[in-house]
Design a protein around this ligand. Structure first.
Ligand code: COA
Length: 169
């Protein structure tokens, strides 16, 4: 890909070069994966609620992981403790905050941690933290980077999709 922008290629030719390029090369040359040691953190204690590896089909037009893909994983992760606490079905009523702190790349090992931070009458608010581990696939040391932090509110609902009281623990 180096110098590609300097060559006089048509859009079609660029797309063909892009599709033929090995994905690990795309990751390192196109996206210039940050190698800032100050970003390296430890995973939180305990098991993540969800662990997933994004695929090339999860990227945006620029080749980085699409924000909507991360939002979907976060919503799924947050719903798990909410469903357990509600002992039943929940619906996402609000995304109170959502910060994409660092980009996520194809092949990252993405771990999602979800903790209930508030239980209301019918609502349950959950904090979701997302970490990406990368580096070993490329033969280097593994680094762990906090990529996203979000807070979502779920509502316990009945079979008619109406709010219902969250049961006592
Ligand atoms: C979730 C839903 C059933 C709630 O119904 P509602 O009539 O709006 O409910 P209420 O106004 O009684 O609020 C229910 C709870 O949600 C909380 N809530 C409502 N809007 C909120 C908001 N914007 N932010 C945070 N909490 C909110 C209320 O404070 C209340 O909590 P509490 O009972 O613990 O005090 C309804 O809004 C709905 O079906 N939304 C669509 C859900 C959905 O499809 N989600 C998927 C994403 S598309």
């Amino acid at each position: 890909m180096q110098g590609l922008e300097k060559q006089k290629l048509t859009l079609d030719e660029r797309i063909i070069v892009f599709l033929q390029y090995p994905i690990h090369e795309l990751n390192t040359t196109m996206h210039n994966i940050p190698n800032d040691p100050t970003l390296n953190v430890s995973l939180p204690e305990g098991q993540p609620i969800l662990r997933v590896v994004p695929m090339p089909s999860d990227t945006n037009y620029a080749g980085d992981i699409f924000g909507g893909w991360i939002m979907s994983q976060v919503d799924m992760a947050g719903s798990i403790p909410a469903i357990r606490r509600a002992r039943g079905r929940v619906a996402t009523v609000a995304v109170n905050s959502f910060v994409f702190k660092q980009p996520v790349f194809v092949g990252d090992i993405v771990s999602l941690y979800a903790d209930i931070i508030k239980v209301g009458h019918t609502s349950i608010t959950v904090d979701v933290s997302v970490y990406a581990q990368r580096g070993v696939r490329e033969g280097g040391n593994e680094v762990c980077i906090k990529v996203t932090e979000a807070v979502l509110t779920y509502v316990a609902i009945d079979n008619n999709r109406r709010p219902k009281v969250v049961p006592q623990e």
